[in-house]
Write a protein that binds this ligand. Structure first.
Ligand code: IVH
Length: 713
């Protein structure tokens, strides 16, 4: 199949799927897919249509992609809009915003010396049109398909922020009030606050009713109630943002004048707006609003930017369904769609095989990614993923993107099934299947507790009653496995000078064969290597020398024992105090390993296996002979922080995070990575992350640095 035919087929698939989602979205208020996914598919369609202008039907107003979403339902009376309700073109990045700026500048030519921009919040609700005659609200309608909407006057009358009678605006230059417009059509957004949505969903959950996925669907669903009483119960709000038509009112020459006039007439107009002289000012508005967006009481998905001068708006005009003089800047989506080109298998430091989905660079959560983790092979089955499938990927913050869903309807029949490799893709060594069934761990109150940050690479226990199936390369000499292990080892030893590239180089040059060899390196070994030199060699050697002493807990973590992450290593170190005691216990000399709090059967088995393997004991011996000193750990005493757990966020000014952790541990407290309702305290430094917000949401106690220091004493 040639490229064009393939694209043509894809366009057809995309059109069908987008139309189906649009209908589900706007007529049934029953979202089965998030906005991000809908938009991602639309974006791909737009790009393909751009590539093939001959297939592009952009000038055909009836073409699916040129229709404004939402079809009038039969239940309501249909209304024809005298002025079409348009939609907005989206821009997804700074780059696209600048391109839009360039485009309109070119179109305006030299005639417009400088264009001011008006920025305002983009509400995520339902667009409505309100008609006023002689100051009285006479009709309100939904957007529908932009040409024909639905008459929802009675429902809109229940919204308190929609004035039923307008307030006469202040008289120009005189004392008192001026006259009301004879005719006025206001455009704005009917919205539901986040608080109201939470309350509504709580009630719906109790009553076994459908839950709304977001404030937009809730607002839309509420306005489509045939009984206005039901609508009234939903406590909707309305924000006015535009005037489509006015007669007998004041003269307005700017979009910002419209906002002011709307306010004067008694409409609720959001105050988060700004008049900007250029795109840099627009960008700082966008950044400023981004910071407060999550605390904004209503759902928003971006910022609307308009050329402020109405004369220039007219010159720039409308193309297709959207005005050229406006743009909607959309904040990065956390979900996007893409086509899986291949499934690659990575080898981790424990030898675990982790499948990765590979795709064309795709924009998600503000950055372009080309691979996403599939966690384990079970996940491929659970998702029913095939190579060639269109998938939904998700990325939140710094987290590695993951594949969350396969869009089965986008299949062409040419997708290929993935086969679990029979041998290690890196070294060709044997692969072994391991199944772990961690029994739930209970704390003293009989509640389930989590195994602390286990390196369950590729084998995250999920679904299937916690059983985790993982495949491992069992070749001790597997090069990929060894490389990953070296990277892990130096990062736990905090030998920051040795990055993955340098480690690989040292291995290739024969300077090291395992991690213990790192400690015998000399300046003379490194300096002669190409791209190194006296100075960098010295830096590396000094750093290695400085990191030879290590706490027992970190040493244990560095060994890379399966299922032993940072916290479990700390638990074991606190219990045993010295490496020798742990080894003796693991080798059966002491029997206590199973009785330690927080240690489950999977961990104790892997500790036993590890310390009963001669190669591992030899490796430890070699490390010690090469100068590594393992410091013993003070046994955990019941301190004043016993039973308390702490989450750290932001930067403290008086101590590093490591020191803060150690001080908490020394007093018997625990450190946990994320905030839950079981967290005792969240210690907040400067520039805290989302953990502070979570703490506030869950009502967890927050300690600033001063209070934290007081508590430490
Ligand atoms: S301006 C030309 N201003 O976004 C039509 N629209 O994606 C746009 N929206 O249909 C009108 N907040 O429902 C405008 N402050 C705002 C908005 C806004 C939300 C919605 C509106 C529109 C959709 C386009």
């Amino acid at each position: 199949m040639d490229n064009k035919t393939r694209d043509q087929k894809r366009i057809q698939k995309l059109r069908n799927e987008i139309a189906r989602l649009r209908d589900a979205y706007h007529t049934e208020n029953a979202p089965n897919v998030t906005d991000d996914v809908y938009e991602s598919l639309s974006r791909e369609l737009k790009e393909l249509l751009k590539k093939h202008p001959e297939i592009n039907k952009l000038n055909d107003l009836n073409a699916g992609e040129n229709r404004v979403a939402g079809r009038p339902l039969d239940k309501f009376v249909k209304v024809k809009h005298s002025i079409r309700m348009l939609s907005l073109n989206d821009v997804f990045s700074v780059e696209e915003l600048r391109e839009w700026g360039e485009r309109i500048k070119k179109l305006a030519g030299n005639r417009a010396p400088s264009l001011d921009f008006f920025c305002e919040v983009k509400f995520d609700g339902l667009a409505v049109s309100l008609i006023y005659e002689d100051g009285k609200f006479i009709r309100g309608a939904t957007r529908g398909d932009g040409f024909i909407g639905e008459d929802i006057t009675e429902n809109l009358k229940t919204i308190h922020s929609i004035p039923l009678v307008l307030t006469p605006p202040p008289a120009k230059g005189e004392v008192g009030r001026g006259s009301l417009p004879k005719f006025l059509e206001v455009r704005g957004e009917a919205v539901m606050s986040k608080k109201t949505l939470t309350r509504l969903n709580l009630v719906n959950e109790k009553e076994g009713k459908m839950l709304f996925a977001n404030t937009r669907n809730a607002a839309a669903g509420s306005l489509r109630q045939l009984d206005p009483k039901l609508s009234a119960e939903r406590k909707l709000d309305f924000f006015a943002y535009d005037i489509a038509e006015v007669s007998g009112g004041i003269n307005m020459s700017k979009h910002s004048d419209k906002h002011k006039y709307l306010k004067d007439l008694g409409f609720q107009v959001d105050t988060n707006d700004a008049l900007c002289k250029n795109l840099d000012e627009v960008l700082s508005f966008i950044r400023k609003f981004e910071k407060i967006r999550s605390d904004f009481p209503y759902g928003t998905d971006g910022v609307v930017i308009s050329v402020d001068d109405l004369k220039w708006q007219e010159v720039l005009g409308v193309v297709g369904k959207a005005p050229r003089y406006m743009a909607a800047f959309k904040y990065p989506a956390e979900r996007a769609t893409t086509i899986v080109k291949n499934i690659k298998v990575n080898v981790g430091r424990t030898g675990v095989l982790t499948p990765l989905a590979i795709f064309e660079p795709t924009l998600v959560a503000g950055s372009r990614v080309s691979k996403a983790t599939l966690h384990n092979f079970d996940q491929i089955e659970r998702l029913d993923l095939k190579i060639g499938d269109t998938v939904v990927i998700e990325k939140a913050g710094d987290v590695i993107p993951k594949v969350v869903e396969v869009l089965i309807r986008m299949r062409t029949g040419k997708e290929k099934k993935f086969k679990i490799p029979e041998v290690c893709p890196a070294c060709g060594g044997n692969v072994e299947k391991k199944i772990t069934t961690p029994k739930p761990l209970l704390n003293k109150e009989g509640r389930k507790i989590r195994i602390s940050s286990p390196p369950f690479e590729g084998g995250v226990p999920e679904g299937r009653g916690g059983i985790s199936v993982a495949y491992y390369c069992i070749n001790q000499k597997c090069s990929a496995k060894n490389e990953r292990y070296l990277e892990h080892f130096v990062s736990v030893f905090e030998i920051y000078e040795l990055g993955p590239k340098i480690l690989r180089r040292f291995k290739d040059e024969g300077l090291i064969t395992d991690a213990a060899d790192i400690f015998t390196l000399t300046k003379e070994d490194i300096a002669p290597l190409e791209r190194f030199g006296e100075k960098s060699a010295e830096n590396i050697i000094n750093e290695i020398e400085n990191k030879k002493r290590i706490s027992f807990a970190r040493f244990l973590w560095a060994l890379g024992v399966l299922h032993i992450g940072e916290e479990t290593a700390r638990d074991l170190a606190c219990h045993f105090g010295t490496l020798e005691k742990l080894i003796n216990s693991a080798r059966g000399v002491l029997a206590e390993i199973d009785d330690i709090e927080n240690i489950g059967p999977a961990v104790s088995k892997s500790v036993r296996d590890f310390f009963n393997d001669k190669n591992n004991l030899n490796f430890i011996k070699k490390l010690q002979e090469n100068g590594v000193v393992v410091e013993k750990t003070e046994k955990r005493k019941a301190g004043k922080f016993a039973g308390l757990n702490f989450v750290l966020t932001g930067t403290l000014s008086t101590m590093s995070r490591e020191i803060a952790k150690e001080r908490i541990l020394a007093l018997g407290g625990k450190i946990v990575g994320s905030v839950s309702k079981n967290t005792s305290y969240v210690v907040v430094g400067e520039d805290p992350g989302s953990k502070l917000k979570n703490a506030e949401k869950l009502g967890v106690k927050v300690l600033d640095e001063k209070n934290f220091l007081n508590m430490l004493g």
